[in-house]
Design a protein around this ligand. Structure first.
Ligand SMILES: Nc1ncnc2c1ncn2[C@@H]1O[C@H](COP(=O)(O)OP(=O)(O)OP(=O)(O)O)[C@@H](O)[C@H]1O
Ligand SMILES: [Mg+2]
Length: 138
């Protein structure tokens, strides 16, 4: 779990980790993850020669070597679909690494989502990013 204020280098650090991972890896923002799953559910995405399905999508997700989900908790209004997607995205990585990124501290994520989501986040390695907004120092 990478947490810290805007511009402290969370996304950059996560992409470096993904670059070095010699395994199937994938990066989404939380919004991109939800949008992708909605189009899979609507039967709008191909996988190979056939229409992708949510079951296959989640199987592939669980089998990847490393995944990263960025911009978690960027909005206050969390739909049931968004909540279930995030919780399943964490639970499906049991025994496998996932990098989660948020600008919000975990106690605030507990209010945006709930204690169950926050518990899963706090249960891993939490790295706090500090220092100035690097965008303003360039
Ligand atoms: N260690 C670093 N030293 C200097 N510049 C950095 C460093 N890490 C990131 N940057 C630069 O700082 C800017 C912000 O980095 P990044 O997008 O990773 O921040 P972030 O924490 O993900 O921000 P946000 O919360 O807004 O998504 C980028 O332009 C990036 O190239
Ligand atoms: Mg970022």
């Amino acid at each position: 779990m990478f947490v810290g204020a805007a511009g402290t280098g969370k996304t950059c650090a996560a992409l470096c980790v993904l670059d070095w991972a010699a395994c199937g890896r994938k990066y989404w923002t939380m919004a991109e993850l939800c949008t992708e799953l909605i189009s899979v559910q609507a039967g709008e995405r191909e996988y190979g020669q056939v229409t992708d399905s949510p079951r296959w999508w989640w199987e592939r997700y669980a089998e990847r070597g490393l995944v990263c989900i960025d911009e978690i908790g960027a909005r206050e209004n969390v739909s049931d679909f968004h909540y279930e997607t995030l919780k399943r995205a964490m639970d499906s990585r049991e025994g496998k690494p996932v990098v989660l990124i948020s600008n919000e501290p975990i106690d605030r994520l507990a209010r945006i989502y709930d204690d169950r989501v926050a518990s899963r986040m706090a249960g891993g390695t939490v790295i706090e990013f500090g220092g100035p907004d690097q965008r303003l120092t360039q």
